[in-house]
Structures are given as C-alpha cells and as structure tokens.
Design a protein around this ligand. Structure first.
Ligand SMILES: NC(=O)c1ccc[n+]([C@@H]2O[C@H](COP(=O)([O-])OP(=O)(O)OC[C@H]3O[C@@H](n4cnc5c(N)ncnc54)[C@H](OP(=O)(O)O)[C@@H]3O)[C@@H](O)[C@H]2O)c1
Length: 364
C-alpha cells in the first residue's frame, strides 16, 4: 500500500504541506520510503517500510534527503502509544536525525540546498529516506561535524546541557551524580560536565562486560564509574574523600537506584528526573526532605522547546554551543551501531535489549 504525504492524508511530519499539481520532472523522484505505523503496538509488529509519495515543495517547503536517524526510547514509547505526545495516525516513526537539503521553496530564507538540518521539535517522523518539511520545523547545523553527532544532537546532548546548567549554579570542581550513565544522555552529561570542569559520579548496572563500559565512560571524561550495588555500600564514604558530595543528581531510572542516589546528594541539593527506565516510581525518604531539604524536579526537552517559541535563538544558540564542543573534540556521538533502513527490525530489537550500550542508528 502506498500512502500520500499531504494535507489530511498523512501525519508524522509535524508539517502537513498541501499537495500542489506536480510537474513531470518532480514526479520521477517524488517517492520516499518510510517506517510507518497505522496503529499503536510493539514497534517490530506495527512498523512497516512503505513507499510514500512526497508532498510538493510549495513556497515554504524544504525537500530534505534524510541521512541518518537514531532509535531513542521516546520513539519506541510513541509507537507503543505510551508517550506524553503522540502523532496522529498513520505516522512515520522517529523524532531525531539529520538530513541534507535538496531543494527549497521560494519563500525559504534560512536554509539552502546542501545544508544539513535537524528537527526543531519532536514529531517530525525522521525514519524515512526523504520528505518535504516546512522551514520552521528544521534547524540548520554545520556540515563539518560528524554525521553521527549531527544525527544524535537534537535530543540527548540538549537535555544533558539544560540539566547541567538550568537547575543548580555549579562551579568547576563541583560534582554531579547520575544513573544510567552509559545511556545516550549519560554519555553527553559526562562530556559536557567535563568541558565545564565538573566532576561526575556515574552509576551503571552491573553486567558481564562491566570493565569495557567503565573504560569507555572514563575515556569520555567520567571521573568515577560505579555500579548500582556499589552505590549502596559503605565504601562510598571513601569516594567522597576524593570528590565533593554532588549538588545535582540526574535520574533516568526511578525505583531503588534513585533512592540510593539521593542518599549521597548535598544538603539542599537538587535531583532532576528526566527518564523512568526501570518503570518504577521515585521513592523519597522523608528524612531527605526534612534533614536535607532536597529539591526534586523534572525536565522534559519537548516542553523546554515549546517554551522557547518566542525565543528560537535560545535553541539555536544551544545547538551552536554544542557544535562548538563537537568541533573542539569535547563532545562526541554516543557509541553507535549503524543499521541500513531496510534492516530496521534488527535495530528495533537491539534498541530494546538491556545492556546493549550502543545507540541504533538507521542509515538511509
Ligand atoms: N526528559 C527528556 O527531555 C528526555 C530527553 C532525552 C531522553 N530522555 C529519556 O532518557 C532515557 C534515556 O534515553 P537515551 O536515549 O539516553 O537512552 P539509551 O541510550 O537507549 O540508553 C538507555 C539506558 O537506560 C538504561 N536502562 C534500561 N533499562 C533499565 C532498567 N530497567 N533499569 C535501569 N536502567 C535501565 C540502560 O542501561 P543498561 O545498559 O544497563 O541496559 C541505558 O543506560 C529514556 O527514558 C528517555 O526517554 C528524556
């Protein structure tokens, strides 16, 4: 079955561009392949690789050839129908990625053919070979950064950067603690924190190849890498002889991991919850509130972006700051496995396995 990408027929581009009469020249190349879901469910069951007709360019459209797009936990949750925002169905999967501009409409001013672009917001539907998006749904990035860095830039490094800068005023030498430190966000936290002169205490789950993961995180700049079990042991006292107690804790997990992490936070420190990988609630001992006066808050990048609609420069400014770190070699893409789009099932299955420790990237 072929779906048309156009007004009222298809959603997932965040952009519904009306279909204009197509020229014969355009018709020859006006096709794209996309991973489409028509109902919510397990991704391997509901996603299908389909042949789509691309919308016409119009005046404000940007024809983008997608180059690479990661599979993130939020993409999976959106397809399962359990995420806080859901696309109208049928939809194209994927919220992040990088593409190259092929052609722009006559009213488009901020990008030109050859530029690299990333999504400005969630819901773009990036798991496809090409599409016509509207200009305001895209942000230009420098073309001289590595492809995998560009493909994974708009969600996790931005989340890491905001959490490190918006909740506590931290100075070089201060420390932070985080769980799921080997996640995409965690790897960005380690690198951005190191660039800011902050010490990181990184908690991961025990696994057969523990030393390999520890070595990798240390090579990114992690100061201390410990397992969930070590976090509960009295030996933590020794660690805090070398590094100050953290003012900021970043929680991606929930459940016991969070409660244990909270025990080590400084008086009046802050814990920011941004993920719930263990699918368990955050349990906080009353003593943490009474005797430590800790602050617990949450962060959601999608909401942050929504709040910047009047101030888009803030988002583009952050992207440039992160690209600057990439240029300086201080921020690299997470460990990645590149998978051709046609093998998407393999990538989806791998992305949902525990201890996989690499981000699956669909190569278009
Ligand atoms: N709030 C926001 O704005 C925002 C932005 C970006 C991401 N996120 C969220 O952050 C989380 C991480 O995203 P990501 O793209 O960085 O993920 P990722 O690279 O796919 O990594 C997933 C991480 O979760 C860990 N994990 C999986 N199941 C777990 C469990 N049951 N208990 C403890 N740890 C578990 C994995 O550890 P193992 O190696 O031990 O399996 C790994 O460290 C997701 O929940 C995502 O939705 C939130």
């Amino acid at each position: 079955m072929r779906l048309a990408v156009g007004m009222g027929l298809f959603r997932g581009a965040g952009t519904l561009l009306s279909i204009f009469p197509r020229s014969l020249a355009a018709a020859a190349s006006a096709r794209s392949q996309a991973l489409v879901y028509e109902r919510h469910g397990e991704p391997v069951q509901v996603l299908q690789l389909k042949d789509l007709e691309r919308a016409e360019l119009g005046h404000s459209g940007v024809h983008v050839k997608m180059l690479a797009a990661p599979i993130n936990p939020a993409d999976i949750n959106m397809i399962q129908g359990t995420y806080a925002i859901l696309s109208d169905l049928p939809a194209v999967g994927g919220n992040e990625g990088v593409g190259q501009v092929v052609e722009v409409g006559s009213h488009v001013t901020s990008m030109k053919p050859g530029d690299w672009v990333i999504p400005a917001d969630a819901g773009l539907g990036t798991w496809r070979t090409s599409a016509v998006f509207s200009e305001e749904t895209l942000v230009k990035v420098p073309r001289d950064i590595p492809l995998l860095s560009a493909a994974t830039l708009s969600v996790n490094p931005c989340t890491a950067y905001r959490m490190l800068t918006d909740f506590e005023t931290l100075a070089p030498g201060d420390s932070i603690i985080q769980n799921a430190a080997n996640s995409g966000v965690g790897q960005a936290v380690i690198q951005i924190a190191a660039a800011l002169g902050l010490k990181t205490i990184n908690v991961i789950r025990d696994r057969p190849n523990l030393q390999e993961v520890v070595d990798r995180l240390k090579s990114l700049g992690a100061d201390h890498v410990i397992t969930e079990e070590m976090l509960r042991k009295p030996g933590m006292k020794d660690l805090f002889k070398k590094v100050p107690k953290p003012r900021l804790a970043l929680n991606c997990v929930g459940g016991k991991s969070t409660t244990e992490m909270l025990r080590h936070i400084q008086h009046k420190g802050t814990m920011v919850t941004y993920g719930g990988m263990a699918k368990q609630p955050v349990t906080v001992p009353v003593s943490a509130f009474i005797f430590k006066d800790v602050k617990l808050c949450g962060f959601w990048m999608t909401q942050w972006k929504k709040e910047q609609t009047q101030n888009k420069d803030r988002f583009t400014g952050m992207i440039l700051t992160l690209c600057n770190l990439i240029h300086k070699g201080q921020l690299t893409a997470p460990a990645c496995t590149e998978v051709p789009l046609k093998d998407y099932r393999i990538a989806l299955e791998a992305s949902m396995k525990p201890f996989i420790s690499t981000k699956q990237i669909l190569i278009m």
